[in-house]
Design a protein around this ligand. Structure first.
Ligand code: FAD
Length: 509
C-alpha cells in the first residue's frame, strides 16, 4: 500500500500519513492541473511549494517518497503502477461522490486501486451532517453552528453558550478609529524551494489565456508571503492569536483602503492545505479568551467562522454538487466585466480590492462579499463566471469552499442556505469603509453624471428581480423603498444602470 498525498491534503500529524508511518508516500505534481484556469501565480507557488516541502520533510524523517512531476495525473499514476504493479493507494476522501468516482476511474485505468479514509481537515463528518440536515434541501447555518458548539463543547458552559449569547455580532460591526494601525501581517520569506517553484511557475504558466493573468511580476518571489510548511503555519497561528485576534471581532466587517488585512487571521491557506487543523486553531483562540488575552466577541466571531461557516460550506458543497456550480435562480446572464481582471476602474472600492487580489491573491471576507460579489450580483453577472474568477484569483480557492461562497452566498444562485441576496448600495459601502471619501463617484447620487454605480445598479437589481424577491419576507422593507420611487425615477435608474454596464463593457467605468 502507498499513502497518496494530494496537493491540498498536506496533513501529517493525522490521517493516513500518521496512521501508516512505515509506508511509501506518493505525490503527483501534475502541471496540466495548473493550466485549467489562469491561476494566480502565488496560488500555484503555494500549492507546489507546500507539496515539495512536505516531500522533503518526510524524506528527511526517513520515509520512502515517490514525488512524480508529470504533465497529467493519469501519467503520474501510470508511472506509479508501472513501478509498483497492482498497488493500492490510500488517500483522504474527496469532497463529492462525483470526484470520488472520477478518481477511482483514473486509478483503475492506470492499473491499481484506491481506498479513501476520512478527510482530516474537518471536524464534522459527512454522516453527522447528513443526520443533522435531513433531506429537505435547505440548510440553516445558525442551527448547524449551535449543534457543533454543543457537540464539541467549544465555548460552552453547562450546556449554555459561554457569556450567555450564541453570537456577539452587535459588537462586531465597528470601523477602526482614524489613528488605528493594523498589526503588521506576517510574511514568510521564500526559501530556495519556494524560489525555485516561483521561477518555474513564472516560466511555465506565463499566459496563453484569454484573460490577462493575475499578479504583477510573476518571477518575483519576494512578493509571495504565505506559509508553505507546518512550522510556518504554526507561526502564522501564533502571530494571529498574539497580535490580531483581540481586534478580529470588532473590525471583521470593516474595509480600509490602506489596510488589506485588518485583523483577519490570514489562516485560510494553511487550513485549506491541511497545514493547520481546525481544532488546534479553535482551541488556541479559546485559550486566549480563557487567559484574558482576547475578548469573547472576537473569539466567538472567529470560532463561528472556522467551526461554523467553514464546516458548513464543505457539506453544502458535497450535497449540492454538481447543480450548485451552475445554479442561477435569478437568471443573471451578464459577462464578468474585464475590470475584475485588470482592476482598471475609477470606482475606488473595486479598484483597490481587485488590485489587492492581483498583488496577493487575497482579500478579506467582507471585500469578497460586499464589494466583489455585491457588484457582480447587482450588475447581473452569471454566477459561474464570477466563481471561475474567484477560483483563479485567490490563493485559498478550492472548489468546496469557493463555489458555495460565490454561487450561493455571494450570488444568491440557489437559495439552499442564503435566505436573501447580499445586495447593498453605496450607503453600506460608505458605512463600513473609507473608500467613498476618495472616490470620484458621488455616493449619495443614484442617477446622472458621476453617480456611484452601486446605487443605480442596486435599485435596478431590485426592480429586475421583483418577481422572485418581493415575496421574500426578509425583503419587505427594501421593496417598501422601491414602492416609494415614481415610475419616472425608476426609468432614470434603469437608464443609469444600462449606462454603467455599457461603461464597464467598454472599460471606462
Ligand atoms: P478570517 O476572516 O480570519 O476567518 C477565519 C477563518 O474562517 C478563515 O481562514 C476560513 O477558514 C474560515 N471562514 C471564514 N468565513 C468563511 C466562509 N464564508 N466559508 C468558509 N470558511 C470561512 N474562503 C476560502 O477559504 N477560499 C475561498 O476560495 C473563498 N472564497 C470566497 C468567496 C466569496 C465570494 C466569499 C464571500 C467568501 C469566500 N471565502 C473563501 C470565505 C472567506 O472570505 C475566507 O475564508 C477568508 O476571507 C479567508 O481569510 P482569513 O483566513 O483571513 O479569514
Amino acid at each position: 500500500m502507498t499513502v497518496w498525498v494530494r496537493g491540498d491534503q498536506l496533513t501529517r500529524r493525522r490521517g493516513p500519513l500518521a496512521d501508516r508511518p512505515g509506508e511509501r508516500v506518493l505525490f503527483v505534481e501534475a502541471a496540466s492541473f495548473a493550466e485549467k484556469l489562469p491561476y494566480h501565480p502565488h496560488k500555484l507557488t503555494l500549492v507546489f511549494s507546500a507539496m515539495r516541502h512536505l516531500r522533503d520533510d518526510l524524506r528527511q524523517a526517513g520515509r520512502p517518497v515517490d514525488y512524480r512531476r508529470v504533465e497529467t495525473f493519469e501519467a503520474g499514476l501510470r508511472d506509479h503502477f508501472t513501478a509498483h504493479p497492482e498497488d493500492t493507494l490510500v488517500a483522504q476522501r474527496p469532497q463529492t461522490d462525483g470526484a470520488r468516482q472520477r478518481i477511482e476511474g483514473i486509478v483503475a485505468d492506470a492499473g491499481g486501486s484506491v481506498e479513501f479514509v476520512p478527510d482530516e481537515r474537518f471536524l464534522c463528518s459527512p454522516e453527522r451532517f447528513d443526520e443533522w440536515a435531513g433531506d429537505d434541501g435547505t440548510y440553516r447555518h445558525e442551527e448547524f453552528y449551535r449543534m457543533l458548539r454543543r457537540e464539541t463543547g467549544y465555548l460552552m458552559a453547562d450546556g449554555d453558550p459561554v457569556g450567555g449569547e450564541w453570537n456577539y455580532d452587535d459588537q462586531n460591526r465597528e470601523t477602526p478609529p482614524d489613528d488605528w494601525e493594523a498589526p503588521e501581517a506576517p510574511a514568510f520569506e521564500p526559501d530556495e524551494t519556494t524560489r525555485e517553484v516561483a521561477a518555474w511557475v513564472a516560466e511555465r504558466f506565463d499566459g496563453g489565456y484569454d484573460e490577462p493573468p493575475f499578479g504583477g511580476d510573476w518571477a518575483d518571489p519576494e512578493t509571495f508571503r504565505w506559509p508553505v510548511t507546518r512550522k510556518e503555519a504554526v507561526e502564522a497561528l501564533d502571530h494571529f492569536v498574539t497580535h490580531r485576534l483581540a481586534e478580529f471581532g470588532p473590525y471583521q466587517d470593516a474595509m480600509l483602503g490602506d489596510e488589506w488585512a485588518l485583523a483577519h487571521s490570514l489562516l485560510s491557506t494553511s487550513l485549506n492545505l491541511g497545514l493547520l487543523g481546525p481544532s488546534e486553531v479553535i482551541e488556541r483562540a479559546i485559550a486566549a479568551y480563557e487567559d484574558g488575552d482576547a475578548p469573547l466577541n472576537s473569539v466567538e466571531g472567529f470560532v463561528r467562522q472556522v467551526l461554523g461557516w467553514r464546516e458548513f460550506m464543505r457539506h453544502v458543497y458535497r450535497r449540492e454538487m454538481p447543480e450548485l456550480a451552475t445554479a442561477n435562480q435569478l437568471g443573471a446572464n451578464e459577462d464578468l466585466p474585464e475590470l475584475y481582471w485588470t482592476g482598471e476602474t475609477e470606482m475606488a472600492c473595486l479598484s483597490d480590492v481587485v488590485d489587492g487580489v492581483r498583488k496577493r491573491g487575497y482579500s478579506h471576507h467582507i471585500e469578497r462579499l460586499m464589494i466583489l460579489s455585491n457588484f457582480a450580483l447587482l450588475y447581473g453577472v452569471e454566477p459561474a463566471q464570477l466563481n471561475r474568477w474567484f477560483h483563479a484569483g485567490y490563493v485559498d480557492a478550492f472548489h468546496w469552499v469557493t463555489t458555495p461562497n460565490v454561487v450561493e452566498m455571494g450570488s444568491y444562485g440557489a437559495g439552499v442556505f442564503a435566505t436573501k441576496p447580499y445586495a447593498a448600495s453605496a450607503n453600506y459601502v460608505d458605512g463600513m469603509s473609507d473608500y467613498c471619501s476618495g472616490c470620484p463617484y458621488y455616493k449619495t447620487k443614484t442617477t446622472g453624471d458621476g453617480a456611484c454605480p452601486f446605487n443605480a445598479l442596486y435599485w435596478d437589481f431590485l426592480d429586475r428581480n421583483e418577481d422572485q424577491l418581493r415575496s421574500n419576507h426578509r425583503m419587505g422593507l427594501v421593496y417598501g423603498h422601491v414602492d416609494d420611487k415614481s415610475e419616472g425615477e425608476l426609468d432614470d435608474i434603469r437608464e443609469r444602470a444600462d449606462e454603467v454596464r455599457a461603461m464597464a463593457r467598454e472599460g471606462s467605468l
